[in-house]
Design a protein around this ligand. Sequence first.
Ligand code: PGA
Length: 257
Amino acid sequence: MQTNARLPLIAGNWKMNTTIDEAKVLAGRLRPTLDKIDGVEKLVCPPFVSLSAAKDALQGSSVKIGAQNVYFEEKGAFTGEISPLMLAGLCEYVIIGHSERRQYFKESGEMINKKIKAAIKAGLKPILCVGERLEENEAGKTSQVVVSQLKDALADLGNANGLVVAYEPVWAIGTGKAATGGQSNETIGLIRSTVGALTDAGAAAAMRILYGGSVTAENVAEFISQPEIDGGLVGGASLRAEQFTAIVKRTSEIKGG
Ligand code: PGA
């Protein structure tokens, strides 16, 4: 498998943080330092209302932009929703099926599947999040949960080119209690083979799979040094410019160039 062909990706998920002005400041602070780091794809995912401001602040920079969610219809009477067509001119990536969306907004596997298809159709690159809850982990059901989430999300997808998957154990998100590199590597290996079986093996071999859940500048090396792990989806630490830059830098040192 051509593991070295996969460009590492570090994505910052700002979640529901930053006003438009704060987003401009954060993007402006990240830009000069991140632009100096090679061998890693750098991505920030601000709230919807700040996408345009972030796009302006990062114009001509190597730092890319993603959204945190998308609806699956193109337009119509869906008050409060944002369509893939609206995002297409604003950003390159979109996070889909984050555990917070599954948990607080009751997103089902079927909905996530529709969102993935709609995003791809609009030319966006989805970052599909999967991961088990604490009780599922403790019951030894991690593999079962992750495989079932992938089957739902990728049903009838056909072509998985451009898809990114993030393995985010729910118990590790925002808790300061990251998983271990070894465990994550094993689960991510399973994710790769499952995506291969569900779509095609070549696309799965080339697909980036990230680890997410309490990633910091201090622990990122443990994940990035694993052969199956191609980067990170970073929440809390992505709101601090020095932390996020340090995570990207460490990734470049270990995997890049
Ligand atoms: P965290 O969030 O880094 O704050 O744990 C990760 C995520 O939810 O994507």
